[in-house]
Design a protein around this ligand. Structure first.
Ligand code: ZN
Ligand code: ZN
Length: 173
């Protein structure tokens, strides 16, 4: 979203965000069927967020995207080293599902060096779950493909989706 104004609608209550406390989110959900999809690349009232059950998931993604050091400073789940500044060398899941009963849920907030994917203890299960859910009716939007390393590539229409993880939301808090 990048910029918003007072008439922008809160992604939770659909009321104008106005001049009160609000929280902006970069894109962090890619399944258009997930209830949290509307929060992605959006803004919400702080008060609406405070009591929402998905609060933790969303704020964790926000922290990872916008925290000190940014995405490049996040530790790879396989080797433990920082992802580094080359976005093409990472794979990051962000929030795959806001439903704790989804098999994707355990793979929320996974970040790793693509090259280390084969060494990841959960690699085979991740690929199996992704292939099961993302090729089903439950999933709509950008998907993860394995060639054989994982990446977010094309949406259902075949249009390549470029995700700019370095995007920052304005205005600054
Ligand atoms: Zn609201
Ligand atoms: Zn690594």
């Amino acid at each position: 979203m990048a910029l918003y104004h007072n008439a922008t609608l809160c992604a939770i209550c659909a009321g104008p965000v106005g001049t009160g406390a609000k929280v902006g989110f970069a894109p962090f959900v890619f399944n258009e069927n997930d209830p949290l999809y509307t929060w992605s690349d959006s803004v919400v009232h702080r008060a609406c967020l405070e009591t929402h059950p998905s609060r933790e998931l969303a704020l964790r993604a926000k922290e990872a995207l916008e925290g000190e050091g940014g995405v490049s400073g996040l530790p790879c789940v396989v080797c433990g080293h920082a992802l580094g500044s080359m976005g093409s060398e990472w794979f990051v899941t962000w929030v795959l599902s806001s439903d704790p009963h989804s098999p994707l849920f355990e793979f929320n907030h996974v970040w790793l060096h693509k090259a280390h994917f084969p060494a990841w203890v959960s690699a085979a299960r991740f690929q199996s779950v992704v292939d099961g859910v993302m090729r089903s009716e439950a999933w709509k939007g950008s998907t993860v493909v394995f060639d054989p390393l994982p990446s977010w590539t094309a949406d259902a229409s075949g249009t390549p989706v470029a995700i700019d993880w370095s995007r920052r939301l304005g205005p600054k808090h």
